[in-house]
Design a protein around this ligand. Structure first.
Ligand code: ATP
Length: 278
């Protein structure tokens, strides 16, 4: 059984179609990233899957249940990091994590969770006194404390400094290695590339591309841009396979110290896909 199955999902807000017929399958144990510009419908989709919003149409199955009607037992199997979490600011980090741990049947030890998100030094601090990135780490702690089978992460690393982001990536990889299925949204393409087994790009409420980080939007077949300094100045050629060109340059005794070969980044592919829909 797949962790998430979505067929023809639609959501309309007072006449505005935010999600327009999405099909999506996330298999168990997979890390799946949902990308897309502001307003594309990512949060709407994720919150429907979490059971936090009602859908207008379509079929949704999450861990075998319909999130629109699933009960407490189902809720105990999923973990959620909302985009705009409303922390209880007067509690300390430990109190907050302990409180949420109490809602689950078999929670992780509170200290272990606080350590995993890198907040050990702040465990006694009131949430109100934390920085934005540190608060976000509390949100992540609350998402994982219940040992979820399926974890939803809506823009989890917004406000994280680069070191904290890397630490978070390690945490996600460790959870994935334990078998946790993860659905994440992010605006950081390098994050999607680092974490996702598969990803989908949402634009204007529809999926415009789906694939692996290596193949999305024809990336695997995209040409390599070769640049080098010739006697006539900088030269650039774009080729699917640059081998022959490189051999020729070597033979001609070209200055290879200036040679660069670049392929489109995931961000290039993404921007191309988004641009094509506008
Ligand atoms: P972002 O990257 O900015 O978080 P998103 O892809 O998550 O964007 P959504 O929050 O799902 O986008 O919003 C999709 C569309 O639905 C937007 O046009 C938004 O204005 C609209 N929308 C979202 N929530 C509501 C709501 N509660 N009431 C009315 N319209 C809404």
């Amino acid at each position: 059984m797949d962790a998430i199955e979505v067929r023809g999902l639609r959501k309309t807000y007072r006449g505005h179609e935010a999600v327009r017929g999405i099909d999506l399958t996330v298999t168990r144990g997979e890390v799946f990233a949902l990308l897309g510009p502001n307003g594309a419908g990512k949060t709407t989709t994720v919150e429907i899957l979490e059971g936090h919003r009602r859908r207008t149409g379509g079929e949704v199955s999450v861990l075998g249940d319909d999130p629109g009607t699933a009960g407490r037992a189902w809720r105990g199997r999923i973990g959620v990091v909302l985009q705009d979490a409303d922390d209880a600011a007067d509690l300390t980090v430990t109190e907050m994590v302990k409180h949420v741990a109490g809602l689950y049947a078999d929670p992780r030890p509170v200290a272990e969770v606080i350590d995993l998100v890198g907040l050990a030094e702040k465990k006694g601090s009131k949430i109100r006194a934390l920085s934005g990135g540190q608060r976000r780490r509390v949100d992540v702690a609350l998402g994982i404390v219940g040992r979820p089978e399926l974890l939803f992460l809506d823009e989890p690393t917004t406000g994280f400094d680069p070191a904290a982001r890397r630490q978070f990536w390690d945490l996600i990889r460790a959870l994935a290695a334990e078998g946790t299925t993860i659905l994440l949204t992010t605006h950081y393409l390098e994050e999607a590339e680092a974490l996702a087994d598969r990803l989908a790009v949402l634009a204007d409420g529809q999926i415009v591309a789906e694939g692996t980080p290596a193949t999305l939007g024809g990336r695997a077949n995209a040409g390599a841009k070769v640049s080098w300094l010739s006697d006539d100045g900088m030269r650039t050629e774009t080729l699917r396979d640059p081998s022959d060109l490189i051999r020729r340059l070597v033979k001609e005794g070209a200055d290879l110290s200036t040679l660069t070969i670049t392929r489109p980044t995931l961000e290039d592919i993404y921007l191309n896909l988004i641009g094509a829909t506008r």
